[in-house]
Write a protein that binds this ligand. Structure first.
Ligand code: GCW
Length: 718
């Protein structure tokens, strides 16, 4: 009796004090599957009354499990499984695994390996929904799409959807070191627990793969491009293989960053010269060994002869020589080399923005078929805004893949709410004019412009061991948007944001519209309070936290701010026209003309391409100096507005996430103000001009802002 009582008390205590089983800590990302709104539940229940889904392969099992989990969450109970068609059944699979789907004789030829269709159909007189694909992985992607329809409150009647990815390799790049530090990571330590691998496979790895599959990401580079050769030793390959096993059912392949000098460091050779037969042999043997351990290994990502990394130029060879050697080793196994074009040298006096183009364009057509050249979206380095990289469109015979940064190295780390969708969209929609009007960057990347056989997009991950994965709730949207755009670079960032808000926070239409509007303006606001009018690379030295427009001196000019803004008493901006570095000439003639002419250059790129006097009249009619101050101030105002808006949404979502976002917005406002004040104080000290009327002066002296130090800012390179 006493025992029973104790049990009862214990149960009561546990219901009272146990944290809610599904704490709103962000762990579930956009896969929360909370109950669908009343308006839809009945219709959804009728259309998803049972599930016909095989589970004979790991991918099929994952697909079935996800549908059961999702439908249970959304509709209150998992639908019963069945083998036969029945009214309202959801039938998922491939013609070879599902006799019901085979009977429909669907046209799936154009869907490829990863595509799918979702269609309302009638089988044996029963209205059903079919999710069909050629391969299991396509069916999994289709299942996630179907769940997304429910999560976003859309109708599932009369469906007729066909989807296939427009880009083949949709890859995350983790800049994770083997010691757990994440370079430019703001979400805690690396999620890879190398020390406990391969024996301990954290369940989190499965959720990572699910999340990626839900947005179509099909590859992951596990380690930093500033690579440690150790990752290629047997001990680490075993660990990588364990991760590959977890990811495989979800269609996510493992890649590794390869250090070019690995043959010396772990192979005992005297050289890493790509034309040396022993070196070539070493890489071939290494590739064979890797594929014995990881049969579906994706390939290598390489940062060579960039920022001190070893590379083929150490031996007087070209990037093509280096890439082709690795490509040759991987080719028998179907692997790919992703060779980065992020190269620049302090020994090269030319404008840093021009160097990648100068080095790579002459190599067009010299790379093996299984090499992609991976190009950052802009020519400098993931700045809040950059014009598209001039390499896009300039290498018709070499597949170029896009490299976006998801982690916000230059956009406020984890605490600033900056939705990057509009930035990605702006770059993808930019017209290179490489083959006449309409030659957008998206068409270069998806291969349609030059007929590339392989295509790819990479995103530098913002994922870490933080419970919410990305360091903040809103940074999850950037992971999401990257994945969706890698699948289809033509999507609109607004529609992606809408989907994400509905899935992540739910809420009614008014809530969604308010939050989406807030997100859509957030990137422009960051540009305003950090680097308006085409300014760039003005952040604190090394850690890149906060403003540092005064940064000068040090090991190399192109790591300073003064190199980029070139402000003097007379004016400001980097002259990249014919009278300056002539970087504009790297663009196709119509673009070069547009950017090179003060009359036509978009104001957003004014100081990227032109050096102009402080009294230069901008489009608003304000002189440049006043326009700068105006934009810095406007950026801070936008953040203040986001704070107010968000505070007004209290009660619309769970208190837990609301509170953290509110707290982070307060940090953002403080830091936006800091960026504005410090930048104005600095540029005023150069221009010598009075502050325009109506603008608050910086509250502290320039010396104060310059004296701030942040020795332990997260994410530093090492
Ligand atoms: O953005 C810069 C970063 C470095 C990074 C480098 C690169 C991995 O500041 O931390 O190194 O670019 O992309 O290689």
């Amino acid at each position: 009796m006493l025992g029973v009582m104790w049990l009862a008390i214990a149960c009561l205590a546990s219901t009272l004090y146990m944290p809610a089983a599904s704490a709103e800590d962000g762990y579930e990302l956009w896969l929360r599957y909370r109950p669908a709104g009343d308006a839809h539940v009945d219709a959804y229940r009728m259309r998803a009354s049972r599930l016909v889904a095989a589970a004979a392969t790991p991918t099929q099992a994952a697909t079935r499990a996800e549908l059961l989990r999702g439908l249970e969450g959304l509709l209150g109970a998992p639908p019963p499984l069945s083998e036969a068609a029945a009214e309202g059944a959801v039938i998922v699979g491939t013609p070879s695994a599902s006799p019901l789907i085979a009977r429909l004789g669907l046209e799936t030829g154009d869907l490829g390996r990863e595509g799918y269709l979702i269609r309302s159909a009638v089988i044996d007189g029963h209205a059903v929904t079919v999710i069909a694909a050629n391969e299991d992985i396509g069916a999994l992607y289709g299942a996630f799409h179907f769940l997304r329809l429910l999560q976003t409150g859309q109708s599932i009647e009369r469906l007729d959807l066909r989807e296939a990815p427009r880009v083949k390799l949709r890859v995350l790049n983790h800049w994770d070191n083997l010691d757990g530090h994440v370079e430019r990571g703001y979400a805690g330590a690396s999620i890879w627990d190398w020390h406990k691998l391969p024996d301990w496979r954290d369940p989190r790895y499965t959720d990572y793969a699910r999340a990626n599959a839900s947005i179509g990401i099909n590859g992951t580079v596990l380690n930093n491009v500033n690579a440690d050769a150790l990752v290629l030793t047997p001990m680490y390959l075993e660990k990588a293989a364990a991760l590959a096993d977890v990811f495989r059912p979800f269609g996510v392949r493992v890649y590794l960053s390869a250090r070019f000098s690995a043959p010396i460091e772990i192979g005992g050779l005297e050289t890493a010269d790509p034309l040396d037969p022993q070196v070539r042999r070493w890489w071939r043997d290494k590739a064979d060994e890797i594929y014995r351990t990881i049969p579906d290994f994706g390939g290598f990502l390489v940062k060579a002869n960039s920022e001190g990394q070893p590379g083929p130029q150490d031996y007087g060879r070209s990037h093509a020589d280096g890439a082709n050697m690795l490509a040759e080793a991987l080719a028998p196994h179907g692997g790919t080399v992703m060779w980065r074009a992020f190269v620049y040298s302090d020994e090269e006096p030319d404008d840093r923005a021009k160097q990648a183009y100068n080095e790579f364009v002459p190599l067009d057509g010299e790379f093996r078929d299984n090499v992609l050249v991976q190009v950052k979206n802009g020519a400098i380095d993931f700045q809040p805004r950059e014009p598209f990289h001039p390499l896009f469109g300039a290498m018709p015979d070499t597949p170029l893949m896009m490299e976006f940064q998801i982690t916000k190295e230059y956009l406020g780390f984890a605490t600033h709410l900056v939705y990057l969708g509009p930035m990605y969209e702006e770059v993808l929609a930019a017209d290179t004019y490489a083959a006449g009007e309409g030659s957008t960057v998206a068409k270069v990347v998806d291969g349609s412009l030059h007929g590339y056989a392989v295509t790819g997009m990479a995103g530098v991950a913002n994922i870490g061991a933080d419970r919410n994965w990305s360091g903040s709730h809103f940074d999850q949207a950037n992971w999401y948007a990257y994945g969706r755009l890698a699948w289809d670079p033509r999507l609109s960032s607004r529609s992606i944001a809408e989907e994400w808000v509905r899935m992540t926070f739910a809420g009614d239409d008014a809530f969604v519209a308010t939050v989406v509007d807030m997100m859509m303006g957030s990137r422009e606001a960051a540009v305003d309070y950090m680097t308006p009018l085409g300014l760039h690379h003005l952040m604190g030295r090394d850690h890149h936290y906060g403003p540092g427009p005064w940064v000068e001196g040090g090991p190399r000019a192109d790591w300073t701010s003064v190199y980029y803004h070139r402000a003097t008493r007379a004016g400001i901006g980097f002259d990249r026209t014919a009278s300056g570095s002539n970087a504009v000439a790297q663009y196709a003639p119509p673009v070069a003309r547009e950017f090179g002419d003060l009359e036509t250059v978009p104001e957003a790129f004014l100081l990227w391409f032109h050096h102009v006097p402080w009294d230069y009249r901008t489009q608003s009619g304000r002189p440049l100096w006043e326009e700068l101050v105006h934009r810095y101030t406007r950026g801070v105002d936008y953040v203040r507005g986001m704070r107010e808006t968000w505070n007004g949404l209290e009660g619309d979502i769970d208190a837990e996430r609301h509170a953290q976002v509110a707290a982070f917005l307060a940090i953002q406002e403080k830091e936006a103000q800091w960026w504005r004040d410090a930048s104005i104080a600095y540029f005023q000290s150069i221009s010598g001009l009075p502050l325009p009327d109506g603008y608050a002066p910086p509250p502290r002296s320039l010396q104060y802002y310059q004296s701030l130090e942040f020795p332990h800012a997260p994410g530093s390179g090492r």
